[in-house]
Write a protein of this length. Structure first.
Ligand code: AMP
Ligand code: MG
Length: 431
């Protein structure tokens, strides 16, 4: 009698690396057209991405000026410390003095234009006023100045006509200041991405709506809705929160159709594993196109990427992008900043969305290497090393609150205390 042939096990799809996933995403997602850019007051542009270069209209500083309160002079007039010079004029900031009379000094203040002929400023702490130095007196210079001392040169920060901020720059407070110093009262920026968010899972209930005593067995509070909505808003995007969608194909399809209308990106959490209750995959397939990726990372293995049609028209403008995050709270948090954040910045044309890891010392052991690249929740300690949160479970959100970042640990890598590891701070990932 012949043996029954073994039931074939379904072939597992190969795991995809995070870098491959990011490369595919940034290829598939088209940045907004420049025609959609808008002019904003420089005051209102924090966190936006520039859609055009900012060129300076002026030299900054506009003229050679003093870096100190002190005295402007010619070095040639002070061959030795202790030389006394008559004070011929007083030059406060905002005033243009006369050319410096040879053999004299000018009383000068920080930011004031250096009088023609002067080639150094000696700070007042190194000068002694002899008689009333501010009203035609004299000053003893207690040092030997070198040419250029305490002078900020015209254009040393920015030259007129040069690009101070290239298109694709994400505007920080200091970038706004630089744009203003270059004379820009308004900036051309990409519009904000419009993101629709919903959570899937019949076990989910909302705090405040269902009291703990009223929760059915198996119910849990929806935490991803809060985390993801705040992450989207923290990145300066508009977020439409569509709440909880029941684990039913028709309801999921309906939510997707609604979400696609007015939005650039639909983000969901949960329902992207391949369990029977995971309706996100068939729903997106029915309403558009979907790739389901098994990512070689931990937490955050399943990830779905696709598009949802806005109408029967399949043109690119008639589609919203779709990213389905895993349901486990730490997984969705981590995949948001590793995957969704780059996509949101890329949509706006940002040139630099990579967060560069900082080498740091591990003050912990991680003796069991994983097959997947891991993102371990850690926090910096007082001695300049990293401590590890003891429970790295993908459902343990406490780890992400206790921690101030993650260690990006390559697949198959064990960690011994004292090893140098790659640290990614939340502060950078979430801004
Ligand atoms: P899923 O990806 O839908 O299989 O969910 C994986 C795990 O994450 C399950 O334990 C879910 O109960 C949990 N989960 C899914 N969505 C949420 C959510 N919005 N808030 C908190 N936990 C969730
Ligand atoms: Mg689920």
């Amino acid at each position: 009698m012949s043996q029954p042939s073994p039931t074939p096990t379904p072939a597992r799809p190969p795991l995809m690396s995070l870098d491959d996933a990011l490369a595919r995403l940034t290829q598939a997602v088209r940045p907004f057209d420049v025609a959609q850019a808008l002019q904003l007051s420089t005051f209102d542009a924090l966190g936006r991405v520039l859609a055009a270069d900012v060129r300076s209209l002026v030299d900054v500083p506009p003229a050679d000026n003093s870096a100190m309160d002190g005295y402007a002079m010619r070095c040639a007039d002070v061959p030795a410390a202790g030389t006394t010079l008559p004070v011929s004029q007083r030059v406060p900031a905002g005033v243009v003095g006369d050319p410096l009379v040879p053999g004299t000094a000018a009383r000068i203040f920080t930011g004031a234009q250096v009088p023609l002929g002067a080639d150094a400023v000696v700070m007042q702490e190194q000068c002694t006023a002899v008689s009333d130095a501010t009203a035609g007196g004299s000053v003893r210079v207690d040092t030997v100045p070198r040419p250029g001392l305490a002078i900020r040169r015209r254009g040393e920060d920015v030259c007129a006509g040069s690009v101070v901020l290239p298109a694709g720059t994400r505007l920080t407070p200091q970038a706004l200041g630089l744009a203003a110093s270059a004379g820009a009262a308004t900036l051309t920026v990409a519009r904000r991405p419009r993101v629709a968010l919903f959570s899937t899972g019949d076990e989910l209930v909302m705090p405040g709506e269902v009291a703990p005593g009223q929760m059915k067995p198996g119910a849990i509070y929806n935490s991803n809705r809060y985390t993801l909505r705040a992450l989207i808003q923290a990145l300066g995007c508009e977020c439409t929160d569509l709440g909880i969608v029941p684990d039913r194909l028709d309801a999921t399809r309906e939510a997707l159709r609604r979400a696609a209308q007015q939005h650039d990106l639909i983000v969901t959490s949960g329902g992207v594993s391949v369990g029977e209750e995971d309706h996100v995959k068939p729903a997106v397939e029915a309403e558009g196109r979907l790739d389901l990726w098994q990512m070689s990372m931990k937490p955050g293995k399943p990830l779905a990427f696709g598009v949802v049609r806005r109408s029967a028209d399949s043109a690119e403008q008639a589609q919203a992008y779709f990213i389905g995050l895993p349901g486990n709270p730490v997984s969705s948090f981590v995949t948001f900043f590793l995957v969704v954040r780059p996509v949101l910045l890329h949509l706006q044309g940002a040139i630099d969305w990579q967060v560069r890891p900082t080498p740091m010392r591990a003050d912990f052991d991680w003796p069991r290497a994983d097959k997947r690249r891991e993102f371990l929740r850690v926090r910096r300690n007082a001695t300049g090393g990293l401590d590890l949160y003891p429970n790295q479970g993908s459902g343990v959100l406490t780890s992400a609150v206790w921690g101030d970042g993650v260690v990006d640990n390559p697949a198959g890598q064990i960690i011994r205390a004292g090893d140098t590891v790659h640290y990614l701070p939340f502060a950078e990932l979430l801004s």
